[in-house]
Design a protein around this ligand. Sequence first.
Ligand SMILES: [Zn+2]
Length: 349
Amino acid sequence: MDGIGRDERTHRSRQNELIHMSPNIHQFAIPTPFMVGPVNVYLLEGDPLTLIDVGPNSPEAYDALVAALAQLGYTLPDIQQVVITHHHVDHLGQVARIMEESGAKLAAHPQTREFLEDPTTARERHGHFSQVVFQEAAVPEEIIQAVNRSYKFLQRYSNPAVAVSRMVDEGDMVQAGGIEWRVYHTPGHSGDLICLYHADSQTLMASDHIILKISSNPLIEPAAIEGQPRPHRLLEYISQLQRIAALDIQLAYSGHGAPVEDVRGLVEKRIEFHHKRAAQILNFFEGHAYHLWDLTEKMFAHVPPAEKYLALSEVLGHIDLLEQDGKLTRIYREGVVYWQPVTEALHQP
Ligand SMILES: [Zn+2]
Protein backbone atom coordinates (compact mmCIF):
# COMPACT_ATOMS: atom_id res chain seq x y z
CA MET A 1 0.00 0.00 0.00
CA ASP A 2 2.70 2.36 1.07
CA GLY A 3 4.64 1.56 -2.08
CA ILE A 4 1.68 2.41 -4.27
CA GLY A 5 1.22 5.71 -2.43
CA ARG A 6 4.83 6.66 -3.02
CA ASP A 7 4.58 5.81 -6.70
CA GLU A 8 1.52 7.99 -7.04
CA ARG A 9 3.24 10.89 -5.28
CA THR A 10 6.31 10.54 -7.50
CA HIS A 11 4.07 10.41 -10.54
CA ARG A 12 2.13 13.47 -9.42
CA SER A 13 5.19 15.55 -8.68
CA ARG A 14 6.63 14.56 -12.07
CA GLN A 15 3.35 15.67 -13.66
CA ASN A 16 3.45 19.03 -11.84
CA GLU A 17 7.05 19.51 -12.82
CA LEU A 18 6.18 18.85 -16.46
CA ILE A 19 3.20 21.19 -16.38
CA HIS A 20 5.42 23.84 -14.77
CA MET A 21 8.05 23.42 -17.48
CA SER A 22 5.52 23.12 -20.26
CA PRO A 23 5.62 25.72 -22.96
CA ASN A 24 2.70 28.08 -23.07
CA ILE A 25 0.75 26.66 -25.99
CA HIS A 26 -2.63 27.83 -27.26
CA GLN A 27 -4.52 25.79 -29.80
CA PHE A 28 -6.82 27.59 -32.26
CA ALA A 29 -9.20 25.56 -34.44
CA ILE A 30 -9.31 27.51 -37.71
CA PRO A 31 -12.13 26.73 -40.20
CA THR A 32 -11.31 25.21 -43.60
CA PRO A 33 -13.62 24.48 -46.56
CA PHE A 34 -12.21 20.93 -46.76
CA MET A 35 -13.50 17.51 -45.70
CA VAL A 36 -10.92 17.31 -42.93
CA GLY A 37 -12.69 20.09 -40.98
CA PRO A 38 -10.85 22.74 -38.93
CA VAL A 39 -7.06 22.93 -38.90
CA ASN A 40 -5.11 23.64 -35.71
CA VAL A 41 -2.95 26.73 -35.53
CA TYR A 42 -0.80 27.07 -32.40
CA LEU A 43 0.36 30.18 -30.61
CA LEU A 44 3.52 29.66 -28.56
CA GLU A 45 3.66 32.42 -25.98
CA GLY A 46 7.11 33.73 -25.09
CA ASP A 47 10.15 34.91 -26.99
CA PRO A 48 9.71 34.93 -29.92
CA LEU A 49 5.90 34.96 -30.02
CA THR A 50 5.33 32.21 -32.58
CA LEU A 51 2.56 30.80 -34.72
CA ILE A 52 2.85 27.19 -35.86
CA ASP A 53 0.94 27.12 -39.19
CA VAL A 54 -1.64 29.75 -40.11
CA GLY A 55 -4.66 28.14 -41.84
CA PRO A 56 -6.06 28.34 -45.39
CA ASN A 57 -6.34 31.48 -47.49
CA SER A 58 -9.94 32.50 -46.76
CA PRO A 59 -11.67 35.43 -45.02
CA GLU A 60 -13.17 32.95 -42.52
CA ALA A 61 -9.75 31.60 -41.54
CA TYR A 62 -8.30 35.11 -41.28
CA ASP A 63 -11.14 36.35 -39.06
CA ALA A 64 -10.90 33.26 -36.86
CA LEU A 65 -7.15 33.66 -36.36
CA VAL A 66 -7.39 37.39 -35.59
CA ALA A 67 -10.26 36.78 -33.15
CA ALA A 68 -8.36 33.95 -31.38
CA LEU A 69 -5.29 36.19 -30.98
CA ALA A 70 -7.45 39.06 -29.70
CA GLN A 71 -8.88 36.82 -26.96
CA LEU A 72 -5.35 36.51 -25.61
CA GLY A 73 -4.67 40.23 -26.03
CA TYR A 74 -2.57 39.98 -29.20
CA THR A 75 -2.79 41.43 -32.69
CA LEU A 76 -0.97 40.22 -35.80
CA PRO A 77 1.88 42.78 -35.49
CA ASP A 78 2.77 41.12 -32.13
CA ILE A 79 3.67 37.86 -33.94
CA GLN A 80 7.46 37.59 -34.32
CA GLN A 81 7.81 34.22 -36.01
CA VAL A 82 5.75 31.82 -38.11
CA VAL A 83 6.76 28.18 -38.54
CA ILE A 84 5.08 26.22 -41.36
CA THR A 85 4.93 22.45 -40.78
CA HIS A 86 4.22 21.33 -44.38
CA HIS A 87 2.92 22.58 -47.70
CA HIS A 88 -0.76 21.60 -47.53
CA VAL A 89 -3.03 24.58 -48.13
CA ASP A 90 -5.14 24.06 -45.00
CA HIS A 91 -1.93 24.73 -43.00
CA LEU A 92 -0.27 27.54 -44.95
CA GLY A 93 -2.79 29.17 -47.33
CA GLN A 94 -2.98 32.54 -45.62
CA VAL A 95 0.73 32.79 -44.86
CA ALA A 96 1.46 35.74 -47.20
CA ARG A 97 -1.21 37.90 -45.59
CA ILE A 98 -0.09 36.96 -42.08
CA MET A 99 3.56 37.74 -42.93
CA GLU A 100 2.62 41.06 -44.48
CA GLU A 101 0.55 42.17 -41.49
CA SER A 102 2.88 40.85 -38.79
CA GLY A 103 6.33 41.50 -40.24
CA ALA A 104 7.32 38.21 -38.57
CA LYS A 105 10.15 35.89 -39.63
CA LEU A 106 9.14 32.78 -41.56
CA ALA A 107 10.71 29.38 -40.91
CA ALA A 108 10.06 26.24 -42.98
CA HIS A 109 11.70 23.07 -44.29
CA PRO A 110 13.76 23.37 -47.52
CA GLN A 111 11.17 21.22 -49.33
CA THR A 112 8.34 23.54 -48.20
CA ARG A 113 10.21 26.53 -49.59
CA GLU A 114 9.07 26.14 -53.22
CA PHE A 115 5.43 26.16 -52.04
CA LEU A 116 6.05 29.42 -50.17
CA GLU A 117 8.29 31.27 -52.61
CA ASP A 118 6.95 30.00 -55.94
CA PRO A 119 3.64 28.31 -55.16
CA THR A 120 2.26 28.34 -58.72
CA THR A 121 5.25 26.41 -60.13
CA ALA A 122 5.38 24.06 -57.13
CA ARG A 123 1.69 23.13 -57.30
CA GLU A 124 1.86 22.79 -61.11
CA ARG A 125 4.82 20.43 -60.73
CA HIS A 126 2.78 18.29 -58.35
CA GLY A 127 -0.23 18.50 -60.67
CA HIS A 128 1.80 17.31 -63.68
CA PHE A 129 3.27 14.46 -61.71
CA SER A 130 -0.18 13.19 -60.76
CA GLN A 131 -1.17 13.10 -64.47
CA VAL A 132 1.70 10.65 -65.08
CA VAL A 133 0.52 8.56 -62.12
CA PHE A 134 -3.05 8.54 -63.53
CA GLN A 135 -1.82 7.30 -66.93
CA GLU A 136 0.26 4.50 -65.40
CA ALA A 137 -2.69 3.55 -63.17
CA ALA A 138 -5.22 3.49 -66.06
CA VAL A 139 -7.52 5.99 -64.29
CA PRO A 140 -10.55 6.76 -66.54
CA GLU A 141 -10.67 10.21 -68.14
CA GLU A 142 -13.82 11.40 -66.30
CA ILE A 143 -12.22 10.54 -62.95
CA ILE A 144 -9.01 12.40 -63.89
CA GLN A 145 -11.12 15.44 -64.73
CA ALA A 146 -13.03 15.26 -61.43
CA VAL A 147 -9.75 14.95 -59.47
CA ASN A 148 -8.21 17.85 -61.40
CA ARG A 149 -11.27 19.99 -60.63
CA SER A 150 -10.95 19.27 -56.91
CA TYR A 151 -7.21 20.10 -57.08
CA LYS A 152 -8.15 23.45 -58.65
CA PHE A 153 -10.66 24.04 -55.85
CA LEU A 154 -7.93 23.34 -53.30
CA GLN A 155 -5.59 25.81 -54.99
CA ARG A 156 -8.12 28.61 -54.50
CA TYR A 157 -7.11 28.50 -50.83
CA SER A 158 -3.39 28.50 -51.56
CA ASN A 159 -0.96 31.37 -50.90
CA PRO A 160 0.62 34.08 -53.01
CA ALA A 161 4.44 33.98 -52.99
CA VAL A 162 6.18 34.87 -49.73
CA ALA A 163 9.88 34.85 -48.76
CA VAL A 164 11.25 32.31 -46.27
CA SER A 165 13.60 33.89 -43.66
CA ARG A 166 15.07 30.65 -42.34
CA MET A 167 15.11 27.08 -43.55
CA VAL A 168 14.92 24.47 -40.82
CA ASP A 169 15.81 20.82 -41.23
CA GLU A 170 16.41 17.65 -39.21
CA GLY A 171 18.36 18.35 -36.01
CA ASP A 172 18.10 22.13 -36.16
CA MET A 173 17.04 24.00 -33.03
CA VAL A 174 14.27 26.59 -33.25
CA GLN A 175 13.57 29.06 -30.48
CA ALA A 176 9.80 29.56 -30.11
CA GLY A 177 7.64 30.62 -27.18
CA GLY A 178 10.67 31.07 -24.90
CA ILE A 179 12.15 27.59 -25.36
CA GLU A 180 14.29 25.63 -27.82
CA TRP A 181 12.63 23.03 -30.02
CA ARG A 182 14.42 20.35 -32.00
CA VAL A 183 13.29 19.86 -35.59
CA TYR A 184 12.39 16.33 -36.75
CA HIS A 185 11.95 15.92 -40.49
CA THR A 186 9.25 13.26 -40.76
CA PRO A 187 8.31 12.63 -44.42
CA GLY A 188 5.20 10.50 -44.95
CA HIS A 189 1.92 12.39 -44.88
CA SER A 190 3.89 14.83 -47.06
CA GLY A 191 7.57 14.80 -47.99
CA ASP A 192 8.34 18.10 -46.30
CA LEU A 193 6.55 17.61 -42.95
CA ILE A 194 8.39 18.67 -39.80
CA CYS A 195 7.61 18.07 -36.13
CA LEU A 196 9.05 20.16 -33.28
CA TYR A 197 10.09 18.45 -30.05
CA HIS A 198 10.82 19.97 -26.65
CA ALA A 199 12.55 17.26 -24.61
CA ASP A 200 12.31 18.88 -21.13
CA SER A 201 8.53 19.08 -21.23
CA GLN A 202 8.19 16.03 -23.49
CA THR A 203 6.04 18.03 -25.86
CA LEU A 204 5.70 17.37 -29.58
CA MET A 205 4.21 19.70 -32.15
CA ALA A 206 3.18 16.82 -34.42
CA SER A 207 1.28 18.56 -37.22
CA ASP A 208 -0.34 15.91 -39.47
CA HIS A 209 2.23 13.24 -38.62
CA ILE A 210 0.10 12.07 -35.71
CA ILE A 211 -3.64 12.69 -35.58
CA LEU A 212 -5.89 11.14 -32.95
CA LYS A 213 -9.03 10.46 -35.00
CA ILE A 214 -7.68 10.18 -38.55
CA SER A 215 -5.21 7.75 -40.08
CA SER A 216 -3.02 10.34 -41.79
CA ASN A 217 -3.01 9.58 -45.55
CA PRO A 218 0.45 9.64 -47.20
CA LEU A 219 -0.40 11.37 -50.48
CA ILE A 220 1.17 10.52 -53.84
CA GLU A 221 3.83 13.15 -54.52
CA PRO A 222 6.76 13.65 -56.89
CA ALA A 223 10.31 13.50 -55.49
CA ALA A 224 11.76 16.77 -54.18
CA ILE A 225 14.33 16.57 -56.99
CA GLU A 226 12.87 16.54 -60.50
CA GLY A 227 13.35 13.22 -62.29
CA GLN A 228 13.98 11.13 -59.16
CA PRO A 229 11.69 8.10 -58.62
CA ARG A 230 8.36 8.50 -56.85
CA PRO A 231 8.92 8.47 -53.08
CA HIS A 232 7.30 5.59 -51.21
CA ARG A 233 5.45 7.79 -48.76
CA LEU A 234 3.68 5.08 -46.75
CA LEU A 235 6.98 3.27 -46.12
CA GLU A 236 8.58 6.53 -45.04
CA TYR A 237 5.55 7.31 -42.93
CA ILE A 238 5.70 4.02 -41.02
CA SER A 239 9.42 4.39 -40.27
CA GLN A 240 8.94 8.02 -39.19
CA LEU A 241 6.06 6.98 -36.92
CA GLN A 242 8.40 4.47 -35.27
CA ARG A 243 11.11 7.09 -34.88
CA ILE A 244 8.74 9.53 -33.18
CA ALA A 245 7.24 6.77 -30.98
CA ALA A 246 10.74 6.16 -29.59
CA LEU A 247 10.75 9.69 -28.10
CA ASP A 248 9.39 10.38 -24.63
CA ILE A 249 6.21 12.30 -25.29
CA GLN A 250 3.67 13.46 -22.72
CA LEU A 251 1.54 15.33 -25.20
CA ALA A 252 1.56 15.63 -28.99
CA TYR A 253 -0.30 18.58 -30.50
CA SER A 254 -1.83 17.63 -33.86
CA GLY A 255 -2.65 19.48 -37.04
CA HIS A 256 -6.29 18.42 -36.61
CA GLY A 257 -8.32 17.57 -33.52
CA ALA A 258 -7.33 17.00 -29.91
CA PRO A 259 -3.78 16.48 -28.60
CA VAL A 260 -2.56 12.87 -28.31
CA GLU A 261 -1.44 11.54 -24.91
CA ASP A 262 -0.54 7.96 -25.76
CA VAL A 263 1.64 8.45 -28.84
CA ARG A 264 3.19 4.98 -28.63
CA GLY A 265 -0.20 3.28 -28.36
CA LEU A 266 -1.57 5.27 -31.29
CA VAL A 267 1.48 4.57 -33.47
CA GLU A 268 1.16 0.85 -32.75
CA LYS A 269 -2.52 0.99 -33.74
CA ARG A 270 -1.76 2.87 -36.98
CA ILE A 271 1.01 0.49 -38.06
CA GLU A 272 -1.20 -2.51 -37.34
CA PHE A 273 -3.93 -0.91 -39.46
CA HIS A 274 -1.58 -0.44 -42.42
CA HIS A 275 -0.42 -4.06 -42.32
CA LYS A 276 -4.03 -5.28 -42.11
CA ARG A 277 -5.03 -3.11 -45.04
CA ALA A 278 -2.08 -4.37 -47.10
CA ALA A 279 -3.18 -7.96 -46.39
CA GLN A 280 -6.74 -7.04 -47.41
CA ILE A 281 -5.48 -5.63 -50.75
CA LEU A 282 -3.33 -8.71 -51.35
CA ASN A 283 -6.47 -10.85 -50.93
CA PHE A 284 -8.14 -9.18 -53.91
CA PHE A 285 -5.59 -10.55 -56.37
CA GLU A 286 -6.39 -14.29 -56.32
CA GLY A 287 -3.58 -14.84 -58.78
CA HIS A 288 -4.62 -12.10 -61.24
CA ALA A 289 -2.75 -8.97 -62.32
CA TYR A 290 -4.40 -5.62 -61.63
CA HIS A 291 -3.57 -1.99 -62.21
CA LEU A 292 -3.92 0.64 -59.51
CA TRP A 293 -7.32 1.84 -60.71
CA ASP A 294 -8.81 -1.71 -60.60
CA LEU A 295 -7.63 -2.13 -57.04
CA THR A 296 -8.80 1.32 -55.97
CA GLU A 297 -12.27 0.56 -57.31
CA LYS A 298 -12.32 -2.78 -55.50
CA MET A 299 -11.46 -1.06 -52.22
CA PHE A 300 -13.04 2.36 -52.55
CA ALA A 301 -15.88 2.19 -55.11
CA HIS A 302 -18.01 4.26 -52.69
CA VAL A 303 -15.58 7.23 -52.67
CA PRO A 304 -16.90 10.10 -54.85
CA PRO A 305 -14.86 10.89 -58.03
CA ALA A 306 -13.50 14.20 -56.65
CA GLU A 307 -11.93 12.36 -53.70
CA LYS A 308 -10.37 9.51 -55.66
CA TYR A 309 -6.87 10.96 -55.29
CA LEU A 310 -6.95 10.09 -51.61
CA ALA A 311 -8.15 6.58 -52.45
CA LEU A 312 -5.44 6.10 -55.11
CA SER A 313 -2.79 7.32 -52.65
CA GLU A 314 -4.06 4.97 -49.98
CA VAL A 315 -3.97 1.91 -52.25
CA LEU A 316 -0.63 2.76 -53.90
CA GLY A 317 0.97 3.20 -50.47
CA HIS A 318 -0.08 -0.32 -49.50
CA ILE A 319 1.06 -1.72 -52.86
CA ASP A 320 4.47 -0.19 -52.11
CA LEU A 321 4.40 -1.94 -48.75
CA LEU A 322 3.51 -5.30 -50.36
CA GLU A 323 6.19 -4.82 -53.03
CA GLN A 324 8.77 -4.07 -50.34
CA ASP A 325 7.72 -7.23 -48.48
CA GLY A 326 8.28 -9.23 -51.68
CA LYS A 327 4.56 -10.08 -52.05
CA LEU A 328 3.78 -8.14 -55.21
CA THR A 329 5.70 -7.54 -58.39
CA ARG A 330 5.01 -5.14 -61.25
CA ILE A 331 4.67 -5.67 -64.98
CA TYR A 332 4.31 -3.01 -67.68
CA ARG A 333 1.78 -3.33 -70.49
CA GLU A 334 1.32 -0.47 -72.97
CA GLY A 335 2.24 2.26 -70.53
CA VAL A 336 0.15 0.83 -67.66
CA VAL A 337 1.63 -0.72 -64.52
CA TYR A 338 0.04 -4.01 -63.41
CA TRP A 339 0.69 -5.69 -60.09
CA GLN A 340 0.57 -9.38 -59.37
CA PRO A 341 1.36 -11.65 -56.44
CA VAL A 342 4.94 -12.90 -56.50
CA THR A 343 4.13 -16.64 -56.20
CA GLU A 344 1.87 -16.51 -59.27
CA ALA A 345 4.46 -14.52 -61.17
CA LEU A 346 6.96 -17.34 -60.62
CA HIS A 347 4.53 -19.85 -62.15
CA GLN A 348 4.15 -17.83 -65.36
CA PRO A 349 5.72 -19.57 -68.36
ZN1 LIG B 1 -1.58 17.88 -44.28
